[in-house]
Structure formats: structure tokens, C-alpha cells
Ligand binder design. Sequence first.
Ligand code: OGA
Ligand code: NI
Length: 339
Amino acid sequence: MAVQLLSAAPRHESMPEFYVRPESQRPRLSEVVSGADIPIVDLISSDKQQLVSQIAHACQSYGFFQVVNHGIPRELLEKVMEVAAEFFRLPREEKAKLYSNDPAKKVRLSTSSNVRKETVHNWRDYLRLHCYPLEEYMPGWPSNPSSFKEVMSTYCKEVRQLGFQLLGIISLSLGLEEDYLENALGHEQEQHMAVNYYPRCPEPELTYGLPAHTDPNALTILLPDQRVAGLQVLRGAEWIAVDPQPDALIINIGDQLQALSNGRYKSIWHRAIVNSKAERMSVASFLCPCSNALIAPAEKLTGEGSPAIYRSYTYDEYYKKFWSRSLDQEHCLELFKSY
Ligand code: OGA
Ligand code: NI
């Protein structure tokens, strides 16, 4: 049977077997650590040097952090979540028009993560949009709900600006020029968005919203559901539950920053779990290199004693490799090692 949008069904009383993970791959929710949490960084810090060292610590020790006072208005974040929820509540016929499992499409609604490659499915529907340049892609975005394009495009511009600010601080935190990463990724770097919808799940212990994965892009900015937790981050051998903070955004290092930093900063495994009590949503924004950008460890971070761990490659090559696989295989960067 072809896999279908979860959000096309009004309610799930039982879970079809192709969502059930084998025993050894289940989330073991009772072992997840709560209350540990990832660092919180306040971006209105008068002392830039302090900000740089906080971010260095967060990137080096966690690969994940939350930012507050990031400058994106709360009202806008609320509108983004509202319009996203409204989209997934549309009638199934309306959503069927956008459905596609082809990762090459620039606007598509899909389910699970990569249904063409995976053997077990995930409890998630998602709308994936290319977002830069906006004039090029926005016409193909959903026009229902009627405010979708306006709200999401405003958010995309704000996120891009925040992303560039963070790339500047991250560059400095690696001892590089402030504009190093922006130059390396390309000023016209791509931006993608995944609007994730995780419905209530009758058997949350047996499946995932998203199984453990690393993000293939450079930097991810996640707008989490404020009411329902679900993101978990691997720290050592333990899964840590991330508690959403009011108005905070969650930032993580993607595979490309791991490569550019020659492995100093890690693209950390993370996952989304589901629950039986409430549906959950999130909006992930991915800053990606230009597809022809040549990615290689920064020269300043290689040399005597620390040779380049990764070979150089174009993002286009990386991205194709990523989508040719199932989400929860080995770290995709392992395939780009230079020795
Ligand atoms: C992602 C992701 C986590 C979440 O979209 O890549 O990791 O909480 N999402 O939805
Ligand atoms: Ni992710």
C-alpha cells in the first residue's frame, strides 16, 4: 500500500505496522534525560567577546543552542505557527495537489522523511519549500491559507538575517574573519524550510517523528512548538530532551559547518519523538551553501597536526548523496573523508 499523508486522516486509533521500528531501534523514552538542556544564548549582549565565547562553547560542547532576544518579533513567530497549523488542517484534496516524494522538487508536501529509500516510515508530514530567492520560489508556494505566502516570506527574510548574524559570530568563534563562513557558503546561499507536522500517535514508544539524523545543510534555525516538547539531542551516549523556552529559537550546526570547521564543531545527531496526547509542529529553516559552492575545511584550521579531515566537494554533490540514502544511516560526512 502506498504511504499516505498522516494529516489526511482525522484521527489514528492504531498504528499501521510500517511505522513500527524493530525492538533495537526504538526510542526507549524512559531513558531520555530531562532537565539537562542545551545552552541558552542571549543575543542582546553588550559584550561581543562574551557572546563569541558563549557561542564557541555551545558549538564545541553541544552543537546545539537556543537563542533569545534574537530580534524576530513574537507576533510573527505566532503567526508562522498559526498559518502552518492551518495549512495541515486543510482538506485532503487541497493538500493532495502539493504531494510529492521527489526530493528535487522545490515545493512539496510529503510524509515520513524519504519514503523512496526507507524501510520503516516516520510519524510526520512535512511541507518543504525552497525560500531563496523569494521572488523565484514564492509563486509556487501554497496560496491557501491566504496569508501563507505573506507570513512565511516575512519570516524567511528575518531568519536569513539572523542566520547571517550567527554565521558571523560562529566565524569569529573559530578564529576566522567575521565574513569567512558567509563567503564560503556564498552570499546567494540557498535557504530551505521544512514545516513539520507530527500528529498524535497511538504508539509513541514504537516509532519516531524523525529518527536520529544530522542536518545536511550549514546552519539550522528551528522554531519549535511552544507547548509540546519532542526534540532530543544526543550528548555522549545519552538523549537529552530539549525544553522549548518562550520565544526562543533553536540553532544547530549542520554537516557543512562540521566540514568547514575541520571537525571542530560537530553536526550532532538529533531526533523528534511523538506523543499520544498532543500533536506537535515545528518550522525548520535551513541555510545551505550555494549548490556550486566548493566546501572544504578552512585553511586556517588545517595544517601541522590537524590535516584536513574532509576532501573538498560541491554542495550539489553532497545533497544528492544525502537524499540517495535513508535518514538514519551513518553520518553522511563520513563518505567525504579525505583519509
Ligand atoms: C529537522 C528537525 C526537529 C523537530 O526538521 O531537521 O530536526 O523538532 N526537526 O521538528
Ligand atoms: Ni534535523
